[in-house]
Ligand binder design. Structure first.
Ligand SMILES: C[C@@](CO)(OP(=O)(O)O)[C@H](O)COP(=O)(O)OP(=O)(O)OC[C@H]1O[C@@H](n2ccc(N)nc2=O)[C@H](O)[C@@H]1O
Ligand SMILES: Nc1ncnc2c1ncn2[C@@H]1O[C@H](COP(=O)(O)OP(=O)(O)O)[C@@H](O)[C@H]1O
Length: 297
């Protein structure tokens, strides 16, 4: 049996850090939404209890460090699954970019293996398991748009924002999420107005969404990597309606209402940045796709 699953990237429309927790993590309040830049996960059932991983990009680990491997191993051990799986990951989401590529691969693997191994777990159960792998995995299990609190694992679904274009631009810099959280000076932070952003999304008010974009981790990353500030400036200069860094960075996203402006901004950024994508917001996580009798998805 085979199954293929899409693993979409996320952006943080708003990211607040409320305090430091005793477990070393930070208490957050984030508004997250999925965009249609996705990795593809191809799962093949194996008759013996082994998890193997292959990745299209050689620099991503294909052993126990891969979050998709961890997802498979977690399901296997927790539910005594006697079968195994080969996980092939076609990477399209830039790595260590603030777009939750690894977390989404883990979430898609949980959804796909749940179906392939006939475990019949609910999305809520998968999200709970996912929180053992990483803070962003529960959100990625559901997809859509949500407020994430706790260390990111408590998910409250909200309306999708109105349709708009999102341009993602990532400089050739890998960022360590732990380093960025560590560099945050909580007493010097200006907090976003999260209820205002939620209200703007509910009212489908694009202008208000753009004016409420705020990420408290941005100043830490911008201080360490001036190239991120440079991309922000360029994105603004080329005419994006709203601009913000996603997660711990270094990817910067621009929100654009008018389709006619997308090409111009995309081409302008491509002039000095290799990783640029023009995408749209998507409304929910993809479920497992089954091949037809000819093996075609
Ligand atoms: C910043 C965010 C925003 O969505 O995304 P990315 O930039 O990674 O995409 C997330 O909070 C990242 O979530 P995730 O990447 O799953 O983090 P984890 O693997 O759980 O943790 C990595 C490290 O980040 C720090 N960490 C993470 C989450 C949190 N609420 N507080 C923290 O202090 C901890 O030092 C932890 O060891
Ligand atoms: N399936 C995976 N895809 C990408 N990176 C992975 C994966 N599994 C583990 N990793 C590791 O996780 C780290 C963070 O990657 P990623 O999830 O892309 O970043 P971010 O959390 O910033 O969105 C990378 O350094 C990478 O080595």
């Amino acid at each position: 049996m085979k199954c293929s699953v899409k693993a979409p990237a996320k952006i943080n429309l708003s990211l607040d850090v409320l305090g430091k927790r005793e477990d070393g993590y930070h208490e957050v309040e984030m508004i997250m939404t999925t965009v249609d830049l996705a990795d593809r996960i191809d799962l093949t059932e194996l008759p013996h209890p082994q998890i193997t991983v292959e990745v299209s990009e050689g620099y991503v680990p294909s052993d126990h460090r891969n979050l998709a491997w961890q997802a498979g191993h977690l399901l296997q051990t927790r539910f005594g699954v006697k079968k195994g799986a080969h996980i092939y990951i076609t990477k399209r989401i830039p790595v260590a970019a603030g777009l939750a590529g690894g977390s989404s691969d883990a979430a898609a693997t949980l959804r796909g293996l749940n179906e392939l191994w006939g475990l019949d777990l609910s999305l809520d159960e998968l999200a709970k398991l996912g929180s053992e792998i990483g803070s962003d995995v529960p959100f990625c299990v559901y997809g859509g748009t949500a407020i994430a609190t706790g260390r990111g694992e408590i998910i409250e679904h909200i309306d999708a924002p109105p349709p708009f274009w999102v341009i993602l631009a990532k400089p050739p810099t890998g960022v360590s999420t732990a380093d960025i959280y560590r560099g945050l000076q909580l007493d010097a932070v200006t907090h976003p107005d999260t209820p205002k952003m939620v209200e703007a999304i509910r009212a489908q008010d694009f202008k208000q969404i753009c004016s409420q974009l705020h990420n408290v981790l941005e100043s830490v990353t911008l201080g360490l990597y001036p190239e991120v500030a440079n991309i922000k400036n360029q994105m603004q200069k080329f005419g994006a309606d709203g601009v913000l860094m996603s997660g711990s960075g270094p990817t910067v996203f621009g929100l654009i209402e008018k389709e006619s402006r997308v090409n111009q901004i995309y081409n302008g950024l491509r002039g000095f940045c290799e990783d640029v994508f023009a995408v749209r917001v998507i409304r929910s996580a993809n479920t497992c796709l089954k091949p037809d009798k000819n093996g075609i998805l």
